[in-house]
Design a protein around this ligand. Structure first.
Ligand SMILES: *Cc1c(COP(=O)(O)O)cnc(C)c1O
Length: 425
């Protein structure tokens, strides 16, 4: 596989089409995947792994679910893209509005990045304001305005995280601390009529799995109402993952705009943004806010997404996912304890993250405080033993409905060796 990586690096920047796949934070060469089925992936040498990456979230039903495969097979017979409306788009939009009660109308796009970019444009269009607030460590895709982190403290204005993002544009993004309502109020108070939106991951899944503190999301809702600012829940990861209606259902919050992705496409590229009708009516061609897409609402993607959502609406699926997630987390905790390795596992249903830290992980700083050397050793032994988590201590782990007792047997054995290796000096 190192030969594959060498060849890839000649023609693709870093050899990968998304940076995390290059294993920079764990070292070594990435595993090239050849195929996948159920809870497993196989590499180019034929070695099997129990998969906890699940394409970074989308494969909540496991790989190659029969319902999705059948839907795709049927759809492909009828053509792959038309650039005209289809009945299936109305069908999936109806399902989305049904499952996520805060959404009256929804627009399909092709990725989570497109969804969040569009959602912020929509909030700006609706409010006539330019600034927005995001949280330190929350990831909203690679749109220019999101590639900004805190400069010096929560009250400083944004500095670009990546060259190529103009400072004048990044300046419109303000950074607050996750789980810290005071940092949000401080920003809003300084510029009370300038913020179009607060965008937040209701569960911060791009620094592992950081749960919202009691009252945090409700507090954001109240601050938004007080300051005439829209509340955007970025549920690209949590949507259809932590509950049928996403984190907003779990925590009982009513956001103005919601962004979706990952699970919504059943493994194909789909994103969506939706919300209250009065806001969504801003979107062209009904309203003045322009947003478009040649492949948006693609028939294959919609067929896969519809099949996935239909499966997820069956009774008992989220209880099953909760049980599987709980089993995975306790297995990890037990193995760590047996090896005397201090860890903290944060979990919501079928997403979780083990941190190599003995203190609670409530924000980015806590997540960063974990022991990265231990994680690196742990990761490489897991791979060797046939378990594949995401190659970074800051990525969430996912389980699917396909993670069965056989997968857990492999996991149990691998965890034992991996935590021992983590503790070696
Ligand atoms: C993955 C993710 C995105 C970006 O989605 P892409 O499909 O990778 O563009 C945005 N927001 C959140 C919360 C995500 O987890």
């Amino acid at each position: 596989m190192s030969d594959l990586f060498e060849r890839a690096k000649k023609v693709i920047p870093g050899g990968v089409n998304s940076p995390v796949r290059a294993y920079k934070s764990v070292g070594g060469d990435p595993v090239f995947v050849n195929r996948a089925a159920g809870a497993q992936v196989w590499d180019e040498d034929g070695k099997a792994y129990v998969d906890f990456v699940l394409s970074y979230g989308p494969q909540i039903l496991g790989h190659g679910h029969p319902a999705i495969n059948e839907a795709l097979m049927a759809a492909i017979q009828r053509g792959t893209s038309y650039g005209a409306p289809t009945a299936a788009e109305t069908e999936i939009a109806t399902v989305i509005c049904d499952m996520v009660p805060s959404i009256d109308k929804v627009r399909l796009v092709n990725s989570g990045t497109e969804a969040t970019m569009s959602a912020v444009r929509l909030a700006r269009s609706y409010t006539g304001r330019d600034r927005f607030i995001k949280f330190d460590g929350c990831y909203h895709g690679h749109g220019d305005g999101f590639l900004v982190k805190a400069g010096s403290g929560a009250l400083t204005l944004g500095n670009p995280d990546s060259p190529g993002v103009p400072e004048g544009y990044a300046e419109l993004t303000s950074i607050a601390d996750y789980n810290d309502l005071g940092s949000v109020r401080a920003l809003l108070t300084i510029r009370p009529e300038e913020y179009a939106a607060i965008i937040v991951e209701p569960i911060a899944g791009n620094i592992g799995c950081v749960l919202p503190a009691e009252g945090f999301l409700a507090g954001l809702r109240e601050l938004c109402d007080e300051f005439g600012t829209l509340l955007i829940f970025d549920e690209v990861m949590t949507g259809f993952r932590v509950a049928a209606g996403g984190a907003q259902e779990l925590y009982g919050i009513d956001p103005d705009i919601t962004t979706l992705g990952k699970v919504i496409g059943g493994g194909l590229p789909v994103g969506a943004y939706g919300g209250k009708a009065s806001i969504m009516d801003q979107v062209a061609p009904l309203g003045p806010m322009y947003q478009a897409g040649t492949l948006s609402g693609n028939p294959l993607a919609v067929a896969a997404g519809l099949a996935a959502l239909s499966e997820l609406r069956k009774p008992g699926v989220y209880q099953q996912l909760e049980a599987i997630g709980a089993q995975a987390a306790s297995l990890i905790e037990e193995a760590a304890e047996a090896a005397n390795c201090p860890i903290t596992v944060n979990r919501v249903g079928s997403m979780f993250c083990p941190y190599f830290s003995s203190s609670p992980v409530l924000n980015l700083a806590d997540a960063m405080a974990g022991d990265r050397d231990k994680h690196g050793r742990f990761f490489h032994i897991l791979l060797k033993e046939g378990v594949m988590p995401a190659p970074s201590p800051f990525e969430a782990w996912f389980v699917s409905t396909a993670h069965d007792e056989r997968a857990f047997e492999t996991m149990k054995k691998a965890m034992k060796s991996a935590f021992s290796a983590a503790m070696e000096r």
